[in-house]
Design a protein around this ligand. Structure first.
Ligand code: FMN
Length: 182
């Protein structure tokens, strides 16, 4: 995410010659796990940590008091070569071992994507750009239409895979194409 427009009073977005984003006060000290723990202690609301992509980050997230984890690789900008969220989801789910909900987003475009994410252990999924696209095309009705499509596609996928309830959606529905996702 480009933080500079928000950080500079004058709204100057570009760096001058010789300046580096790394030296900007807003990013020179990047948030760490102590900051997460502090933030979580400031509210009684559940705080879910978004952007977890590595199983080794699960323990510090739990230690900081996260109420949930959102496996996500998108922050408005995307770092090249980050893994797809569905690729890392099973490893995060295994590391969490049922202690807190694990949500996932990124590239969910149809009901079968939701079915696959739930089969890989997600507690819930989130959707970004399809909502924005619906909003851009038809406002609130467009957003409702996108949500309706996703729901009806998920229900069709459940019917076709013999799942009467969300709890019936299980890893056994999936045929692994790589050993490490088995
Ligand atoms: C225009 C735009 C801006 C975003 N800004 C942020 C952000 O500031 N912080 C963040 O955590 N995620 C941000 N995201 C990512 C979304 O929260 C979400 O993770 C992502 O859009 C989900 O993937 P999908 O769009 O493929 O459904 C942004 C996404 C878009 C499209």
């Amino acid at each position: 995410m480009n933080l500079l427009p928000y950080a500079q009073a004058g709204g100057q977005a570009s760096l001058s010659a010789g300046e580096s984003l790394l030296h900007h006060p807003l990013v020179a000290r990047l948030p760490d796990w102590d900051d997460m723990a502090w933030l979580i202690q400031q509210t009684r609301l559940p705080v879910l940590l978004k952007g977890i992509l590595h199983p080794l980050d699960v323990a510090p997230a739990l230690q900081a008091g996260a109420a949930g984890i959102i496996v996500s690789n998108h922050g408005g900008r995307v770092l090249d070569t980050v893994p797809a969220t569905l690729e890392v989801l099973p490893r995060i789910v295994a590391a969490v071992d049922g202690r807190i909900p694990v949500l996932v987003d990124g590239g969910i475009r149809r009901g079968t994507d939701i079915l696959k994410a739930l089969a890989l252990g997600a507690s819930a999924i989130m959707v970004g750009r399809p909502i924005l696209h619906g909003l851009a095309v038809a406002g609130a009705a467009g957003v409702a239409h996108v949500l309706n499509l996703l729901r009806s596609e998920l229900e069709a996928a459940m019917v076709l895979t013999g799942c009467r309830t969300l709890a019936d959606i299980h890893t056994s529905l999936l045929m692994p194409c790589r050993e490490d996702t088995a």
